[in-house]
Design a protein. Structure first.
Length: 135
């Protein structure tokens, strides 16, 4: 958080995970305190969209000894990487929305859909290690 009266206090957030035969889904929400100056980052339409140095989510997935990384910012910019693979660029979806609530807090909601094929699978695995955070 930047310029917040409660900058030392991390914003409240929730993440919900689900899957089907084709995708891993993550729905999340974060509530920012009133008067927070939120650094929203690049839009989804920016071909060089980055998520660094702004409010963003990170999803780390580990399967078959490989570490996959997916991230997105408030304005909808997104990025992905696979450790030690320079041309990793799978198709995946991320939608973002932020709005002020009646109590002057800001609610950021995100929806992520990652095809299993993006992480080298044809179906849901029996086990998938993951870490999700907003920052």
């Amino acid at each position: 958080l930047r310029n917040s009266e409660k900058a030392w206090e991390p914003p409240k957030n929730n993440a919900y995970f689900s899957y089907d035969d084709k995708h891993l889904y993550v729905d999340f929400d974060t509530v920012f305190p009133p008067k927070t100056n939120i650094l929203k980052g690049h839009s989804a339409n920016d071909p060089e969209s980055g998520v660094w140095g702004v409010e963003s989510f990170e999803l780390h997935l580990r399967h078959s000894g490989k570490m996959y990384y997916f991230a997105g910012c408030v304005n909808g910019g997104k990025t992905e990487s696979l450790k030690n693979v320079a041309n990793f660029n799978p198709a995946w979806d991320y939608k973002s929305h932020i709005g002020m609530q009646i109590d002057d807090t800001f609610l950021w909601e995100g929806k992520v859909a990652i095809p299993w094929t993006a992480i080298g699978l044809n179906a849901p695995p029996k086990e998938l290690k993951m870490n999700f955070k907003t920052k």
